[in-house]
Write a protein that binds this ligand. Structure first.
Ligand SMILES: Cc1ncc(COP(=O)(O)O)c(C=O)c1O
Length: 440
C-alpha cells in the first residue's frame, strides 16, 4: 500500500468521501512553465488544425458552418444557475464540448490533432505535399489514400479517445486499431466497427489496455501509437481549446482579469485533456484563471498522482484501496499520466471528487434546466462551483489567492466533455437514474 493511505487525505480517498484538494504547489504567477512546451507550440497546433480545415470540411460535412474547425459553443446557463445554484454569486457558464462535432467529446481536438500531425508528416515525406503552404486537399487523392492504407494508427481508450482517433484515421484511409479497456461502452465499439476500425476488446483496465496497445503497435514498424499517457501532440491539441475560449469570452464580453476571476471545472481521466486545457488557459489568462479537475471518488488517479514525490511515476488508485468502480467510463482510469502530473505541478489549482450519484443528478438537472444532454463522465464538473463558494476548503482557496472581494464578479465555467453520440436509449437510462435521485 501507498504511504498516502496513512494520511488524512489517503483515508478520505480510501473511504470514497467526496473532497476538494488544494494543490500546495500551485503558483498563480508562473513565469517559467514546468515543461518544454510553450505558447508558440499551442499556436502551431492551432495553425495545423486551420491548415487542415478545408480537408476536414470535405470529410465531415457537419463542419461546414464552422469552416472545418472542430469547435463547441460557450453557453449561458441561467436556468441551471437559478434553480440549482441559488447561492452562487457571479455567473455560471458551460463550455459545450459534449457537442463537439465529429467525435462527440473533449478528446476530439487532441486526438484529431495528433493524427493530423502524423498524416502531415507522411504526406510531406512522400511528396504528396511539398510544404505546409500547399493545398491539403491533396491528402484526399487516391494516391495519398493508397499511401496511408499501408500505415496503421493505434490507440488504447476507455471509449472517447478511441472514437476520436478511429474516426479521423479511418476517414483519411489509415488502418485503424483501437484497444478498448473493459469499461468501454458497447455502442462506442460498434460505432467504430461500422467505420471499418478494428476494435480489440480487453478484459482489464485502461492502464493495462494502454500497455497492451503500445506493445502491439511498437512491434509493427508501420504502426503509430497515440499514447494517451505521454503525448505532447495530444496535449497541444487539447490546449488549442484555450485560444478558442479566449475568443468566445471576448465575443460575449466576459472579462477575465484581476477583478474578474475565471474558475474552470473539467472532468479528468488520465489527465491529458484537462491538463492540456489547463496549460493553454494559463498561457492565455495567467493568474486570473483557476483550474480545478473533477474525478470520480473511485478513480481519483490524478489526485493520487499529484501526491507522488516523483510525479513522473505516479501510483495507481488501487494503492489506496479503490477499485475504479464508476459509471463514468471516460474517467475510469486507475493510473494518471505521470508526464501530465509533472506538468500540472504548479499550474493546477486543485481537484475535487464526485460520487456517481452526483454525476447522474447533475446530468438530470442540466437536462431539466437547460435542455442539454450529456454522458455521466461529462457531468463531473458541476459540483465545482459549490466546492469553491460554499465550503471551508473553497473559502481557504479564495483567501489564499486574495479573491474574496471579487467573487461577485467571478465566472464559473463548467466544461461538459461528452455525450453527442450517446444512443437515445442509453441517454434515457441516465436520465431515469438522475430522476430517481432527484425525487428521493
Ligand atoms: C467524456 C470525457 N470527459 C473527460 C475525459 C478526460 O480526459 P483525460 O482522460 O484526457 O483526462 C474523458 C476521457 O476519455 C472523457 O471521455
Amino acid at each position: 500500500m501507498n504511504p498516502l493511505i496513512d494520511t488524512a487525505l489517503g483515508q478520505s480517498l480510501h473511504k470514497g468521501e467526496p473532497l476538494l484538494w488544494l494543490n500546495p504547489n500551485y503558483q498563480a504567477e508562473e513565469a517559467q512553465y514546468p515543461c518544454e512546451l510553450s505558447r508558440n507550440d499551442i499556436d502551431q497546433a492551432d495553425q495545423r488544425l486551420r491548415r487542415f480545415a478545408p480537408l476536414l470540411q470535405q470529410l465531415f460535412p457537419e463542419l461546414t458552418s464552422q469552416q472545418g474547425l472542430i469547435e463547441s459553443k460557450l453557453l449561458p446557463a441561467p436556468q441551471l444557475q437559478q434553480q440549482y445554484y441559488p447561492h452562487l454569486s457571479g455567473k455560471l457558464i458551460i463550455k459545450a464540448d459534449h457537442a463537439l462535432p465529429v467525435a462527440g467529446s473533449v478528446k476530439a481536438r487532441g486526438g484529431i490533432h495528433e493524427v493530423l500531425c502524423h498524416a502531415e508528416q507522411l504526406a510531406l515525406e512522400n511528396n504528396i505535399i511539398h510544404s505546409t503552404a500547399d493545398d491539403y486537399l491533396a491528402l484526399l487523392s487516391p494516391e495519398c489514400k493508397a499511401l496511408f492504407s499501408h500505415y496503421e494508427i493505434a490507440v488504447s481508450s476507455t471509449g472517447n479517445l478511441g472514437l476520436s482517433i478511429g474516426i479521423i484515421s479511418a476517414a483519411l484511409g489509415f488502418k485503424s486499431v483501437v484497444h478498448m479497456s473493459v469499461e468501454a461502452k458497447q455502442w462506442k465499439k460498434q460505432r467504430l466497427r461500422d467505420r471499418g476500425v478494428t476494435v480489440i476488446e480487453h478484459s482489464n483496465d485502461y492502464s493495462a489496455a494502454v500497455e497492451a496497445g503500445r506493445n502491439a503497435s511498437n512491434a509493427d514498424p508501420s504502426s503509430y501509437f497515440v499514447d494517451d499517457e505521454n503525448s505532447p501532440r495530444l496535449f497541444l491539441g487539447y490546449a488549442v481549446a484555450a485560444l478558442r475560449l479566449q475568443q468566445q469570452l471576448a465575443d460575449q464580453q466576459i472579462a477575465v482579469d484581476a477583478e474578474h476571476p475565471l474558475f474552470v471545472y473539467i472532468p479528468c481521466g488520465v489527465g491529458g485533456a484537462p491538463g492540456g486545457i489547463n496549460f493553454g488557459l494559463k498561457q492565455v489568462f495567467g493568474p486570473h484563471v483557476h483550474c480545478f479537475f473533477a474525478e470520480p471518488v473511485e478513480a481519483p488517479c490524478v489526485l493520487v498522482g499529484m501526491q507522488a514525490e516523483d510525479k513522473l511515476h505516479p501510483e495507481s488508485v488501487y494503492q489506496v484501496g479503490l477499485n475504479v468502480a464508476t459509471e463514468a467510463d471516460g474517467l475510469a482510469v486507475s493510473m494518471a499520466s505521470g508526464w501530465v502530473c509533472s506538468v500540472m505541478d504548479t499550474l493546477l489549482s486543485g481537484i475535487f471528487t464526485v460520487t456517481d450519484d452526483e454525476l447522474f443528478l447533475a446530468l438530470y438537472q442540466l437536462k431539466h434546466s437547460e435542455a442539454i444532454e450529456i454522458e455521466p463522465s461529462a457531468a463531473a464538473g458541476f459540483s465545482g462551483p459549490s466546492w469553491l463558494t460554499q465550503t471551508a476548503q473553497g473559502k481557504t482557496y479564495q483567501q489564499q489567492q486574495q479573491l474574496t472581494s471579487v467573487m461577485d464578479n467571478a465566472t464559473h465555467l463548467v466544461w461538459t466533455t461528452g455525450g453527442l453520440f450517446v444512443p437515445t436509449q442509453e441517454m434515457q437510462k441516465f436520465q431515469q437514474r438522475g430522476e430517481q435521485l432527484a425525487n428521493r
